[in-house]
Each structure stands twice: as C-alpha cells, then as structure tokens.
Design a protein. Structure first.
Length: 466
C-alpha cells in the first residue's frame, strides 16, 4: 500500500494557488526577538581582510533573553516515509505522515477491523533507532466515512477523502482507537496528534474552517480521555502563499476555535500550532525563518492564546507557487546538493531554535522524491548535518542567541561534574567574524579544526566553537 507523493509538486506549485483567493500577505520583517534576541555581534562584508573591521551598520545592541532553553530530543523531528528503509538515528521524534497511516488506511471499511500494520511498523522502526516520541496526523477518511465521498485525494492509493467526516461519532471513535493503540501497544512512547494536514490547501481539505474547529475539539476529547498527557496539535497550515488576514483560512479557523471546548471543557483545545514554512522554489532558509513572524502575527491578530509553534514540514527547492503563461513554474525546482544541503538543513534547525520554535520535522527520509531540493537518505550530507547538530544541542541548555545577520547561540552542557560551554555560529549570507581564544571549530558537515587565538571567519555553514 504505497503513497503517491510525486504529485506533490503540482500541489505546492499550482493547487496551492486555489488556497488563497485574497492576495498573499507580505511577510513581516524577520526579527530574532521572537525567542532569543540579538546581542552584540557583528557581520562583515563577504570579503575577508587580514584584520576585519566590524561594520557599525550591522552591529546590534545587546538584549538579555528572558529564559534559557534546554533543547529536547523532540526538537529534531523527521518524516520516516514509507518503504524507504529505516532512517539513520538522527531524529528524536517522527511525524507519521506518508507512512500509510491516514484514517482511510487504518479504517478502510465501515464496521471492519482497524488495520494497524503500517502504524505499528512505523513506530517500531522509530523505536529501533531510539525514537520514543511520535506525532500522528489524523484526518482524510475512507470514502465511507466522508461527508462527500466524491471528494478524493489525487495523491494516495488506496484513495482517501479530503472532505471532513460525516459523523462526529465515527471521527471520535477512530481518534480514540488510535490514541488507545499508541498507549497500550507502545507504553514507553509519548504522543501528539495533529488534526489534519495542510488544511488550508483545497487539495487536502475541502470542508469549512468551522467544521475543522469542531473536529479539533472532538479530537482533543478523544485523545485526552485515553491519556491526558497526550497533546492535541492544530491542523497544519502552509505559508508559502502567505496567510491572508481576517478572511484567510487559518484566521477563520482560529476564530471558530475560540468558541469550541475540548477535554473537560477546556477552551482553545490545542497544545501547539502546526505550520509548514516551505518557501518558493528559489527560496532560502531566511525565507522560511520569515514565516515564523507571519504565523505569530496572524495568531496574535486572531486573539488566540500563545501556544508552542511546531514546524511540522520543511524542505526547499519545490517548484512554485504559481505558474507562468506557458504553464511552467513561476519559481522552478531548485536542486540543493552536497555541502549546501548540509548548510541549509543545519541553518533551518538553528534558525528555528533561535526563533523559539519548539519542534522541526524535516520532510522527508527518501531516495526517490526528486521534487525535493534537499535529499535526506543514508549518509547524504544533509543527513550527516542533522545528526551532527543533534549531537551538539540535544540535552544542552541554550542561554542566548544573538545577532541579525551573524547569529551566535551560546550553550552549556553538563558532563559529569563539569559544565561545558560552547557556541554555535552561522551567517544568513556572506561572512562574519568572531574573536575567540584558542579553540576547536567543528562545522555541521566536515572535519573539526583547531584554531589559534584570534579572529574566526563565520560563513553560512554553522560551526560549533568549543
């Protein structure tokens, strides 16, 4: 039972155009003040001189972060995929999507037995690599449970419906069955449940925002009745077409959710907001980072409460959005190979860390998704970079992240009776400079080098200092 995601190019390039009838919003200016804010660090011009002189225009004032942050293993998420082999041990959490685990896969026939083969296989694959945390995506029923059985997804076999369910009872029964399976079959694991995938795109969801808010409340009740520690995560929304204010799908969903009650009558029955900051086919990590400010702006404007932000899908180079008059993508597919792929993946996680994102789920473990710009598969540079930054940061406490173009995050790690200090530095573009004593410099992809005291050149490839 295989998924057909190669058509995802068309989804993000052309079908996404239908998701927004209003003009796309321009993203707010990216600021690092969302979590750890800028301290006095300097960027310089791309050309290094023997004694680089800081540019006053690129120096930022020192601001003390409000709190240190211990980096959890679950920050480093991954999509394990289906039939692509068991991923290397580079992640702390798996998002179960494109794993043959949609509602229509698990409950394909009315009144029939639940089909747990793919679900169990995905969880066991993760456990074999030390993963103990899972994010399960709900939604997309078999036609029998759909409010519009003719509304079928073109991307999956066997087919599932993009329409919401016709029965609250059937939805609640299914969600509770999944949560119960997670609790009883895999008692040493932790779980979160995302209500629907990319619900703002008509290729994935054809219902109303109000109906989706109702399903969110029902899911929260079902999940937490099994285990109150389980988390309910909002349906994911994409940002590459912008997020229209007021009339946009995501603001309308939040407006409807304000009157929904979940487990034990709790208001705003979600524990995290899910979003997918895919940039255009020619976009960069800086463009993906800008989507964080856009999400926070829309959430605040809707009057919704603060909740953790989870980036539950990200990659680069996917063609679109939009097409030219001749039908070609306005923003063509971009392949991001080799060292550059390692650089961009590492920066994505690090930008998310400095901007206060709680989790990042890289899409996806595969050797066949040619529409993706960055390939994460056995021993690719990007995969190695993910393993490296996870080794640096998982379990460490990040005390500050500073800078606007040159970013420096300082952290500590307890090792026995000692507390070790180190920094991670990178630029958005070009070169920057930091001054250190004699130190070991280790890139996210490549070999460590011992440096004498003095000025160290920082580039877009993140490095660990110390």
């Amino acid at each position: 039972m295989a998924t057909h995601r190669t058509a995802y190019v068309a989804l993000l390039a052309a079908a996404a155009m239908a998701a927004c009838t209003a003009p796309a919003d321009s993203a707010p200016t990216l600021s690092s003040s969302a979590s750890f804010t800028a301290a006095a660090v300097t960027s310089s011009s791309p050309t290094q001189t023997p004694s680089p002189t800081p540019s006053p225009a690129l120096t930022t004032a020192a601001i003390t972060p409000t709190a240190a942050r211990k980096v959890s293993q679950t920050f480093f998420g991954l999509h394990p995929g289906l039939n692509a082999g068991v991923p290397q041990a580079v992640a702390g959490s798996y998002r179960l999507w494109d794993t043959g685990t949609m509602w229509g896969n698990i409950e394909p026939t009315k009144g029939g037995a639940f089909q747990w083969t793919n679900f169990d296989a995905a969880v066991n694959a993760g456990k074999s690599r030390g993963v103990r945390d899972f994010l399960m995506v709900l939604g997309m029923p078999a036609p029998w449970a759909s409010s519009n059985p003719t509304k079928l997804s073109p991307f999956y076999t066997p087919q599932v419906s993009i329409a919401p369910p016709s029965s609250d009872y059937a939805w609640s029964r299914y969600v509770k069955a999944v949560a119960s399976r997670a609790k009883t079959k895999f008692p040493t694991t932790t779980w979160s449940f995302e209500v629907w995938n990319e619900a703002n795109l008509p290729s994935f969801y054809s219902g109303t925002a109000t109906r989706l808010a109702q399903l969110t409340g029902l899911a929260d009740i079902a999940v937490k009745s099994v285990n109150p520690a389980f988390k309910t995560v909002s349906p994911s929304t994409t940002t590459r077409m912008g997020i229209s204010s007021g009339s946009g799908f995501f603001p309308r969903y939040l407006s409807a959710l304000s009157s929904v009650r979940g487990y034990k009558g709790r208001a705003w029955p979600i524990d995290a907001y899910s979003f997918h900051p895919y940039p255009s086919g020619t976009g960069t990590p800086a463009d993906a980072a800008a989507a964080v400010a856009l999400m926070r702006t829309r959430i605040a404007a809707s009057g919704a409460p603060a909740r953790p932000l989870w980036n539950t899908e990200i990659n680069y180079g996917i063609a679109g959005p939009g097409t030219n008059p001749d039908g070609s993508p306005k923003y063509p597919h971009t392949d991001i190979p080799g060292t550059k792929s390692a650089d961009w993946l590492a920066r994505t996680y690090l930008d998310s860390l400095r901007l206060g994102i709680d989790r990042v789920y890289w899409y996806a473990w595969s050797n066949g998704m040619t529409y993706l710009g960055i390939k994460t598969y056995y021993d690719t540079p990007a995969t190695k970079a993910l393993g490296t930054i996870r080794t640096w940061l998982a379990g460490a406490t990040v005390t500050s992240c500073t800078g606007t173009r040159l970013h420096v995050c300082t952290a500590t790690r307890v090792s026995g009776a000692r507390t070790l200090s180190f920094s991670v530095a990178w630029t958005d573009s070009g070169k920057g400079y930091v001054t250190r004593g004699a130190i070991t410099v280790c890139p996210a992809y490549g070999s460590c080098v011992k440096k004498p005291a003095g000025t160290i050149t920082i580039t877009t490839m993140p490095v660990k200092l110390g």
